[in-house]
Design a protein around this ligand. Sequence first.
Ligand code: ADP
Ligand code: TRP
Length: 323
Amino acid sequence: MRVLSGIQPTGRFHWGNYFGAIRQYIELQENEQAFYFIADLHALTTVHNKVDLQQYTLDAALDLLALGLKPEQATLFRQSDVPEVTELTWLLMTVTQMSLLEKCHAYKDKIARGLPADAGLFTYPVLMAADILAYDSDLVPVGQDQIQHIEVTRDLAQRFNHRFESEVFVLPQGKVLDSTAKVPGTDGEKMSKSYGNTIEIFQTPKKLRKKIMSIKTDSTPVEDPKDPEACAVFTLFKLFGDESEQAELANRYRAGGMGYGEAKQAVFDKASEHFAESFARRAELESNPGDVEDILQTGATAARKKAREVLNRAKEACGLSVR
Ligand code: ADP
Ligand code: TRP
């Protein structure tokens, strides 16, 4: 089975990205053939500065490798290093109904807020479909918000196959981890760069602690019992603590006498422990940026080989010349 996913380099990765997406990538590389890429072309719909895009892309590669992505097990590459995908996007565009794209949330939300949208944002799901279909992907691990795009991908694959009476594209399945599908941010809402409520994975202990201490809680006095299930701090603790640690902290919430500061400190301690190895690995990788570039280039070569094969199949099916 081939697993594929992409992640946009639009800023530094946060706990939502890790628990909602990256952790699944790392688990899946063990037993499946995995393709993971940094979606720099998609990022162009929001990042409009050359230096930022380059820095975020390098950071994305460093973060993924530091968090446990193994280049000998998974193919890691930059989306823009595989031009076959943009060519495939055009072919898919010809089977894409406008009404389908009008329903897609990124575009719809922007229009609803009265903001101008460009064709890049509008056709974003078609590029994503090409990303997925170009590698005959079977399984696409993503956060809940991306499931709509997987449905679009399946729709386009079916339309293309049907129109050209072929079996060019493999129909992919999305995969969401339900228990952690929505990681809350410091304001209790879904953690997201666009809401400014993120907790970044890699930052100095001092900054991390400050961020965790800023998580919004209610004003229940220290001595009163508290409801762990209604508290973002506890939700975050659950991501790191094992079952007995979760039960222990939940009991302390319910018993009263514990302030939110203590629960926050527990989150800080567990998170620091959880990511300690990754911090060390990142520091090492950072001192060898050439190695990271080599990994991305090797990945791109393997990815292009597969994408070329699928693109040729698609071109052939619709009557285009294949070189
Ligand atoms: P952001 O919302 O911060 O811009 P992205 O949209 O780039 O994050 O998301 C990258 C990946 O991380 C996607 O698969 C997305 O579903 C997942 N993800 C992002 N935020 C969360 C969250 N709070 N909880 C779970 N998964 C998330
Ligand atoms: N749109 C995805 C996101 O914002 C990133 C992405 C681009 C992607 N192409 C993909 C994810 C292909 C999975 C498969 O998170």
